[in-house]
Design a protein around this ligand. Sequence first.
Ligand SMILES: *[C@@H]1O[C@H](CO)[C@@H](O)[C@H](O)[C@H]1NC(C)=O
Length: 257
Amino acid sequence: MRSIAMARRPGNPSRRFPDGGSKARSSPFLSIGLVVGALFLIGYSLNGSGGFGGNKEAVSRVEGDFSCTVEVQRAIPILKKAYGDSMHKVLHVGPDTCSVVSTLLKEEETEAWGVEPYDIEDADGNCKSLVHKGLVRVADIKFPLPYRAKSFSLVIVSDALDYLSPKYLNKTLPDLARVSADGLVIFAGYPGQQRAKVAEVSKFGRAAKLRSSSWWIRYFVQTSLEENEAAIKKFEQAATKRSYAPNCQIFHLKSYH
Ligand SMILES: *[C@@H]1O[C@H](CO)[C@@H](O)[C@H](O)[C@H]1NC(C)=O
């Protein structure tokens, strides 16, 4: 499956072919076919390995919507238990943020904003309306976020930090902590999930580097970000109670004081 990613054209794989030459007509279908096939195989093999949980997750992988952003939505009830009132003003940062913001806005007493790190040309009407209302912004997270310190009670990031090198992480992660008041929650992929991201390579222009939890924890220590022990404990308790088994690594960090 690695070879599929490698075989893709170097440069910007998401570039469009505006003149619609024959190349443009055939290659999208070919790559969609390969990606669907790859996802099917990944779903099948993960299902067989039984490593990450039940059948429902395996099915969603086969359908190709596997992502930690989807995981954020599954985790919302657990996050509410863990963070309580701190869920009242939430910023989500990550691809498909519109889906998370829409879900959060359905929760009572929750205001939500989103930062979409990549272009949203093919966003649906609902997403465009969130952008129009100023609830969702498109912004490159390698640069400082356009918000004041402690603008949000809670900041949740998914499927975004995996794509940053330590050099950029050193800027982005403290910036995410800066705009949060009560905590920062990070959803990151497991190293074994690397191949499930093949479909997203073109979108990000850089393959995800899925790091182990020991890598992340070492990184947090190095950059003086503290884990939020109280939130970790509450999250774990709520997860156990609801038999919730996350498909992504979830880290709870403190905001700056
Ligand atoms: C990131 O920051 C840490 C802590 O300040 C430092 O030790 C490390 O060298 C930095 N990494 C890069 C790639 O700049």
